[in-house]
Design a protein around this ligand. Structure first.
Ligand SMILES: *Cc1c(COP(=O)(O)O)cnc(C)c1O
Length: 801
């Protein structure tokens, strides 16, 4: 291909002319980006073919990661660095007067996910390929990813996201591998050699067309595959309802559900789920059978991972194929199936546990419904033997009860492994939410703390910090992030600590520029950049953050001599379009910003900035510039969090509760290098089960709280109208379900502590150092190594029998 900037430049120019029939001076930046993308894909293709051949002929055990979301973000820089050609391309383009960094901005984020769950899937793909593990993703190619957020007068507006408008340069359509997915219709029985069998007839057939994306490992020849399915009308379908059929079909992969935790009981969502798993199981089995696999040994040669319950119908779908298409007996099919699947649970919020009413499930998926019924009946019989007479227990564990299919129960019963995503989360699953299942299947449960790819979240997004790290401890950490601990040698090195401080200042200056460009707000890079970016949700408690800002404002106004280090509070958050309460909080952040930002008595010491349309590429610009990372969920509610890990790795100090992976960050860095506050998960759960919390008391006895809450409903806040009455009511009338007022005092105090700590630059910088040095544990390489060893039983070069 090319091995230096000159060769690259020549190929690039030739390619551009061939693709667009234009000369270079006539080309747009869009043309140039696509030309580069195509060139890189060609660069990848030999290794891609080779990796696939190797997997076919070496017969390695394969893993398939099924996820309804993949929040990939941009891929140009990741591909260039992983291929080791970033510098060559950078230099070659510079010769043509093109700035590669600017060209990267042309790429539209692939935003096929809501937040943490989808981003985790994307990080896992990068780690699988970089560790040379045979692991592939299966997902949906939504025409519109997560909505684009615009803020108008402080309110969120949603626009359809358009990532495919100019085409997606990293995908390859494989129409020859199209498969068919059946919906509706009915089930017929027939006998074959005296055995009763079933078939699904009169179904509406939808074509699932695969689009493959190469997943390039870091400095390795491994290129795995992410296969995304698109729904299209099946070719032969004709008849009077042709237009309706076309619309219904295309709707299946039109939109990503913009819902983070609440389940919307929408038929289309169930269609999406079955569409994903049916097409994926077909494709996985086709490739397995092509490798001359014997279906009896399926589970020894592949594992299928289901990321949360959305793809859980893969379990009855595999049963269906084995029973109906390959004539397996139930027991044997069940043995194979339950040894093939592993399941990750992502939440204990009960409103987020998926349940499907039979009245929707049965007509849409008649054969799958029969199979789930049979799984349930056999499971309940088994329970009856173990727990004779314990009706209540059996009802609580059943897969179908009260005319609903409980997807988490199906996942647990149908998998050989069930994992939580952080230690505390797994403990809560075992001891509380899924305790009955833990009693019955103690061996299935295990914990795998989430991770993030340090290549995207440190190496690529924070070059100045990466360079400083490599120039001190060498670059081994890029392959082996645990090597970051070597940074501890610089604990007493004042020159290094100064450099570290300066790197942060440089990143803050850059972010200040971006804030000015996008919001027109001037922020001071020497202030503390105090950042909370994540989906907007009551349990994540952005509200507590805003109330604290309002309290700081009050102090400035009441006491002109009030002395504290200036703060820049930065928010980024999308609210689900139907989540009324979350949208009010976005408005509240804007009202508080309007109150505070130019107030004469605040004198520029507090600035509040809301950056619109939070997404992966924006996160990459924000996180390197953070001093404080706000991770303030109500303890027990955030399963793990991964934003917390990104911040830590970039040398921000966590200000957080003992929740999710914050607890493990604390274990890594020690009490002196983190700011912990608030109720523990046990205390929260005790209140929830035994009562004893009265928000009104905190309102009456804490004058600070009384003041800020009254300000929500008097005329303090600009353009408040009656927008914030719901918030006021949620805290007082509804007794503050997320313990905002209960934790308020402790939150105020920990902020004072953090502010004081910032006064000593060298001390602060040393704390940052400890965070970076201990962040290797949170690389998704570590997470994936644990999945590979403990769950999937895969390794490089493990052979298929
Ligand atoms: C990492 C990430 C998240 C998850 O953040 P949490 O703080 O763990 O909720 C959400 N959205 C984007 C764009 C991310 O990059």
């Amino acid at each position: 291909m090319f091995s230096d900037p000159i060769e690259f430049k020549e190929l690039f120019l030739k390619k551009l002319e061939m693709m667009y029939g234009k000369t270079f001076p006539e080309s747009t930046s869009q043309d140039q980006f696509f030309t580069l993308g195509h060139l890189i894909r060609e660069y990848i293709s030999m290794n891609w073919i080779h990796t696939n051949e190797q997997y076919r002929f070496n017969k390695q055990k394969q893993v398939y990661y099924l996820s309804i979301e993949f929040l990939l973000g941009r891929l140009l820089r990741q591909n260039l660095t992983n291929l080791g050609i970033y510098e060559i391309v950078d230099k070659g383009l510079l010769d043509l007067g093109i700035d590669l960094a600017e060209m990267e901005e042309v790429e539209h984020d692939a935003g096929l996910g809501n937040g943490g769950l989808g981003r985790l899937a994307a990080c896992f793909l990068d780690s699988l390929a970089s560790l040379n593990l045979p692991g592939h993703g299966y997902g949906i190619r939504y025409k519109h990813g997560l909505f684009e957020q615009k803020i108008v007068n402080g309110f969120q507006m949603e626009l359809p996201e358009q990532w495919l408008r100019h085409g997606h340069v990293w995908e390859v359509r494989k129409s020859d591998l199209t498969v068919e997915v059946p919906f509706w219709g009915k089930v017929e029985s027939y006998t074959e050699k005296d055995v009763l069998r079933f078939r699904h007839v009169d179904a509406e057939i939808v074509a699932a067309v695969p689009y493959d994306m190469p997943v390039v490992g870091f400095e390795t020849s491994t290129v795995n595959t992410l296969r995304l399915w698109s729904a299209e009308p099946a070719a032969y379908k004709a008849g009077k309802d042709m237009m309706k059929y076309k619309r219904d079909t295309e709707a299946i992969t039109e939109f990503l559900y913009p819902d983070d935790t609440h389940e919307e009981g929408k038929i289309l969502r169930l269609k999406q789920q079955y569409f994903l798993v049916s097409a994926s199981i077909r494709s996985i089995l086709d490739s397995y059978l092509y490798r001359n696999g014997d279906l009896k040994e399926l589970h020894e040669n592949i594992s299928i991972h289901i990321n949360d319950t959305h793809p859980v119908l893969a379990i009855p779908e595999l049963m269906r194929v084995l029973l109906d298409e390959y004539s397996f007996e139930w027991e044997e099919a069940w043995e194979i199936t339950t040894n093939t699947f592993a399941y990750t649970n992502h939440t204990t919020l009960s409103e987020a546990l998926e349940r499907w009413p039979i009245r929707i499930f049965q007509p849409l998926l008649p054969r799958i419904h029969m199979i789930v019924n049979e799984i349930n009946e056999r499971f309940c019989r088994e329970l009856w033997k173990e727990y004779p007479g314990e009706w209540k227990r059996i009802e609580d564990m059943a897969i179908i009860s009260h005319d609903e299919v409980k997807m988490a129960h199906l996942a647990i019963v149908g998998s050989f492994s069930v994992n939580g995503v952080a230690k505390i989360h797994t403990e809560i699953l075992k001891q509380r939410e899924m305790n009955l299942f833990y009693q019955y299947y103690p061996g299935k449960f295990n914990s795998k703390t989430n991770g993030i790819t340090h290549r995207r979240w440190l190496l690529n997004s924070n070059p100045s910090l990466s360079n400083l790290i490599s120039s001190s401890i060498g670059d081994e950490w890029i392959k082996d992030p645990s090597k970051l601990v070597k940074l501890k040698e610089y604990h007493h090195d004042t020159a290094f600590l100064k450099d570290l401080y300066d790197v942060k200042q440089g990143n803050k200056q850059k972010l200040a520029g971006l804030i000015y460009e996008s919001n027109g707000i001037i922020v001071d890079p020497s202030s503390i950049f105090d950042i909370q970016v994540k989906r907007l949700h009551a349990y994540k408690r952005q509200l507590m953050n805003v109330l604290h800002i309002l309290h700081l404002y009050n102090r400035c106004v009441e006491d002109p001599g009030f002395d504290f280090h200036p703060r820049t509070f930065i928010f980024g958050a999308k609210a689900s379009p139907g989540y009324y309460y979350a949208k009010k909080i976005i408005k509240l952040i804007h009202s508080v910003a309007d109150l505070v930002n130019d107030h004469p008595l605040v004198k520029g010491r507090i600035k509040v900035v809301f950056l619109e349309n939070y997404r992966v590429s924006l996160a990459e610009e924000i996180i390197p510039a953070a001093d404080l990372s706000e991770q303030i969920s109500t303890a027990s509610k955030e399963a793990s969090g991964t934003g917390n890990m990104k911040f830590m790795m970039n040398g921000a100090l966590t200000l957080g509760t003992l929740d999710g992976a914050n607890i493990e960050i604390l274990e890594q860095v020690g009490r002196d290098n983190i700011f912990i506050f608030g109720l523990t998960a046990e205390e929260v759960m005790k209140y929830q089960h035994h009562g004893g919390y009265y928000a009104m008391e905190y309102f009456h006895y804490d004058t600070r709280i009384k003041k800020v809450l009254n300000q929500l409903i008097d005329d303090t806040l600009p353009d408040a109208g009656d927008h914030f009455e719901t918030i006021y009511d949620s805290l007082l009338t509804e007794n503050d379900q997320f313990f905002v007022l209960r934790d308020f005092d402790s939150y105020v105090r920990v902020h004072e502590q953090a502010g004081k700590a910032y006064e000593n630059k060298e001390h602060w910088s040393r704390m940052c150092l400890q965070n970076i040095a201990n962040s290797g544990y949170f690389s998704s390489d570590r997470t994936i190594e644990q999945y590979a060893k403990d769950i999937w039983g895969i390794a490089q070069g493990s052979l298929m029998k």
